[in-house]
Design a protein around this ligand. Structure first.
Ligand code: KG4
Ligand code: ZN
Length: 345
């Protein structure tokens, strides 16, 4: 079975083809991506209307590119998958509209996928795929969650951020340091030249005894330091970046270990854009190696938003029999959609 997947929830248009055979993990045939980062950079963040318009421009050329790369005819596609939510309503409607139009024209069923389920399952396309059950640390621009994953479609929420997401903390701090948008990767690069112990920044909820996160206070602490430094900021910027990254990463690692301890599981999957962060990977790998816990990541190019994870999640849902693709082309997107609500019963 060949699944065409379309991602358009935020600022990347992604299209991919995966192929399933029996019960084997679906194989990625081809994927293509267009990032809108350059376009939104001038505004310091994503402009939803511009995002939607750009998805419209990109999605069909990307689909043609992917079909060409895979040597696959459009008529060979069995199911068309799209990101149904969460995300920007207008942006989601582009992918959903195109997927449903393709499905109707080809007389093939469609399947709307949860964006975070895509992230969470994306390590199955890596060279070192996980096995169920596992703990998942989902760290993106909009979400920070710890989930217990028993199988496809069986997700229990263990803890989440009560305010800003980890990616948001990176992005907002980076903006305060004048590093542009999205600031996560830039802040992380600058941090390599700085001293992570130079500034004492808060580790919110580190000892709260639960698995929730809070990052809003950190951004305020960074702002306070920026104001205090004044003209000195340029000279100390790398130190402040390193201290910020260290604070975010320490909380993510400690809470992940607490989730592993509480569940008794020996396997963790890290997914979402912040999962590309080098310090997070190094510290989590070291802590997990000491405890005999296996850590799985998506390949680096599939850490941030992409179409491959959407095609994969659809294919795995179909394989596991948790959802059937549908010929109801009345697409409805869900800009707000809790992942745990996918679990039935
Ligand atoms: O998963 P993603 O591509 O989009 C959402 O679904 O939100 O995540 C984007 C987030 C942004 O906040 C970006 O700054 C962050 O991931 N990010 C990073 C790194 N690469 C991406 N944060 C820290 N270090 C990185 N290397
Ligand atoms: Zn994402």
């Amino acid at each position: 079975m060949i699944v065409l997947g379309i991602e358009s929830s935020c600022d990347e248009t992604g299209v991919a083809l995966v192929e399933t055979a029996g019960t084997r993990v679906p194989a990625l045939r081809a994927h293509a991506l267009h990032s809108q980062v350059d376009m939104h950079q001038a505004y310091g963040g994503v402009v939803p209307e511009l995002a939607s318009r750009d998805h419209i421009r990109r999605v069909l050329p990307l689909a043609r590119q992917v079909l060409g790369q895979a040597g696959c005819a459009l008529s060979e596609v069995d199911v068309v998958a799209y990101t149904r939510g969460p995300g920007l309503a207008g942006a989601l409607l582009v992918g959903a509209g195109v997927a449903c139009a393709l499905g109707a024209a080809l007389d093939r069923p469609v399947l709307g996928v949860h964006h975070l389920e895509g992230h969470l399952l994306s390590p199955f396309l890596s060279r070192d795929p996980p096995e169920f059950p596992f703990i998942a640390l989902l760290v993106s621009g909009g979400h920070t969650q710890l989930m217990q994953v028993e199988g496809v479609g069986r997700y229990a929420l263990l803890g989440e951020t009560i305010d800003d997401a980890a990616g948001e903390a990176f992005d907002k701090s980076a903006k305060l340091l004048g590093l542009g948008y999205p600031g996560g990767p830039a802040l992380s690069r600058l941090a390599q030249q700085g001293d992570p112990a130079a500034f004492k920044l808060p580790r919110p909820l580190l000892h709260s005894g639960d698995l929730d996160f809070s990052f809003a206070g950190l951004k305020t602490a960074v702002l306070t330091q920026v104001r205090k430094l004044g003209d000195e900021l340029d000279r100390r910027k790398a130190d402040l970046a390193a201290s910020t990254e260290a604070a975010i990463v320490e909380v993510l690692v400690k809470k992940s270990l607490a989730a592993l301890d509480a569940s008794g599981l020996r396997r963790i999957v890290v997914a979402g854009g912040v999962g590309a962060n080098r310090l997070l990977r190094a510290q989590l790998d070291a802590a997990c190696a000491r405890r005999g816990v296996r850590v799985h990541y998506p390949e680096l190019d599939l850490c941030t938003d992409n179409g491959a994870m959407i095609a994969l999640a659809a294919a795995m849902r179909l394989q596991a029999g948790v959802q059937a693709a549908s010929a109801d082309y009345a697409f409805d997107v869900r800009p707000r959609w809790p992942l745990a609500s996918l679990t039935e019963g």
